[in-house]
Design a protein around this ligand. Structure first.
Ligand SMILES: [Fe+2]
Ligand SMILES: [Fe+2]
Length: 373
């Protein structure tokens, strides 16, 4: 019987590493038949930007070279699409199947719905992405707790994040990790254009350097959010990060309500930024506005979104000077630790330079770090 490799995902959008992962697994397992299963996203879940049929069109273009069967079972069922339900159906349909997952998914396999039923259905092939250690130990632990057969696939892939690619598309960029044919469909059908006007308007308010920084903060923020499973809504992260510096080069008060003690200081632009994001960009979400309002000073008792924008702004990839790369590495390992290290560094730097420290920053320092000011 022909063995079949099964690979599922949101594919919002599908990218080069999805394809490379399947290629590696098919080569190493000697499998020639591939079934791609796009996940169904219920309309109330806003995780997806594209509807099911749009994702199917992109998947067909992305995987064209591997001649896959794109199985629309999840859309047909319209819900209750746990792997433990879908895999037995696919097994009846295709026979001898192997289910391919990435190393990051393996790390969370215990938390899937009825994982023991998943691993009892078919062997699990695990493509370990570069930078993902501990795969062998995890496999041993899962064998002990759940049973099942696991086949490690040697895959030294690039670290490509679907949410960063989605952000890049929404920022009107053309990411290299999206295949030409896929990009053609995206352009032709006008996919990912939801923020095009906002991006365009912001570009008019910022120098090229600042605009590049704003885009870097967006990418850093959505990356932290997805890598660390911080659970923040993609749109809110995107909007707050994109607009955080919208007033940096528009300093006129325009009668807007800002704290008097911030006027004439570098922190003014955060307060003005929140007011102008509401006025000029129609942002009405208080959580998003607060993330803009406190992105420079921080404050005590911040929301996750506020911490995320604060940290992403301080550690965005356009900042290449010391000690930012080292702080970024800390935050890549542990977000909360990265946030606190960033705050501590900022306060230390202000003190060392004899610069005044805004009261909200001192509050933040007391709240999160404590000890001497
Ligand atoms: Fe700023
Ligand atoms: Fe900034």
């Amino acid at each position: 019987m022909t063995r079949t490799l099964v690979f599922g995902g949101a594919f919002d959008p599908p990218h080069s590493q999805h394809v490379e992962m399947c290629k590696a697994a098919m080569a190493q397992l000697g499998i020639s038949r591939l079934v791609i299963v796009p996940t169904y996203l219920p309309p109330h879940k806003r995780a997806g930007y594209l509807d099911f049929s749009a994702r199917v069109r992109l998947v067909k273009a992305a995987f064209k070279g591997l001649d896959p069967i794109v199985d629309e079972i999840e859309n047909e069922r319209g819900g209750d699409n746990y792997s433990c339900r879908i895999l037995p159906i696919l097994k009846r349909k295709y026979g001898d199947i192997v289910y391919l997952i990435g190393g990051d998914s393996l790390m969370y396999l215990d938390s899937w719905y009825k994982p023991e039923e998943v691993v009892a259905t078919c062997p699990i092939a695990v493509a370990a992405r570069s930078g993902y250690g501990g795969i062998a130990d995890k496999i041993e632990a899962l064998k002990g707790s759940l049973g099942g057969e696991y086949i490690p696939i040697d895959f030294v892939g690039k670290d490509v994040s679907s949410s960063v690619l989605r952000a890049e598309l929404l920022l009107c960029e053309s990411p290299a990790d999206i295949a030409y044919d896929v990009m053609e469909i995206i352009r032709r059908e006008g996919m990912f254009t939801r923020y095009a006007d906002m991006v365009d308007k912001l570009r008019g308010f910022e120098t090229e350097e600042l605009f590049e920084h704003s885009k870097a903060v967006v990418k850093r923020a959505v990356d932290f959010n997805s890598k660390h499973h911080l659970g923040q809504d993609f749109d809110r992260v995107f909007t707050a990060a994109l607009l955080h510096d919208n007033a940096k080069q528009r300093r006129s008060l325009d009668g807007l309500d800002v704290p008097e003690d911030a006027v004439g200081t570098p922190v003014l632009h955060q307060f003005l930024g929140a007011a102008k994001a509401a006025r000029d960009f129609g942002i009405s979400d208080d959580g998003v506005l607060d993330a803009i309002r406190y992105h420079t000073t921080a404050k005590a008792d911040m929301t996750m979104l506020e911490k995320l924008i604060y940290t992403a702004d301080s550690l965005s990839d356009d900042r290449t000077y010391d000690p930012i790369p080292a702080l970024r590495r800390i935050a890549e390992k542990d977000f909360e630790e990265g946030f606190r290290a960033t705050l501590a560094h900022t306060v230390d730097k202000l003190k060392a330079n004899g610069r005044p420290i805004y009261p909200l920053t001192l509050d933040a320092y007391d709240f999160y770090i404590g000890g001497q000011k």
